[in-house]
Ligand binder design. Structure first.
Ligand SMILES: [Zn+2]
Length: 165
């Protein structure tokens, strides 16, 4: 019963749609989805900054709002692929208007806001249309993860979640 309620609360469709709109608005037409241009586009309208932080291992990212300025912090000690997913995930919290403190990120987190942020991040970094087209010619997850600059775990999770594999 509780499980169902949690599922119903997560706005998966809205999260994915928000990511697709951002990709289109930024003008990105092929992978990899680089976050620099995405932030450049967003900064035209919102006061948002990125900051590397020396977090302990248990913290991937943080989203701070003060005096109408948002800062997304990410763990500077993480590897490049994980940093990208963390930033995309925190950006999801920001755009979907979640109030979140510093935290670790887990694909299998069941809370509605975490599910939404993960779905946003996965769609932003691995847009369904793009990976579907690529998967037709190459089913190697290692190759795909390198092409999209995401971890193999993230690519596998996305392909499975979208029922491509
Ligand atoms: Zn989160």
């Amino acid at each position: 019963m509780k499980e169902n309620n949690i599922k119903n609360e997560a706005r998966i469709g809205i999260a994915r749609k928000t990511a697709r709109k951002l990709i289109a608005d930024t003008g990105i037409e092929k992978p990899p989805i680089l976050l620099g241009p995405v932030f450049d586009f967003l900064k035209k309208d919102v006061n948002i900054d990125l900051k590397a932080w020396d977090f302990p291992e248990s913290i991937d990212g943080i989203h701070v709002l003060n005096n109408e300025k948002s800062v997304i912090g990410y763990n500077q000690n993480s590897n490049y692929f994980r940093k990208r997913f963390t930033i995309a995930h925190e950006l999801g919290h920001f755009l979907l208007k979640h109030l979140i403190k510093e935290h670790d990120i887990n694909f299998y987190d069941k809370s509605p806001q975490e599910r939404e942020a993960n779905q946003f991040a996965a769609e932003l970094l691995m847009p369904l249309d793009f990976i579907k087209a690529d998967f037709e010619t190459n089913q190697n997850i290692d190759d795909l993860s390198k092409k999209y600059l995401v971890s193999k775990e993230a690519m596998g999770w996305k392909l499975y979640d979208q029922k491509i594999i």
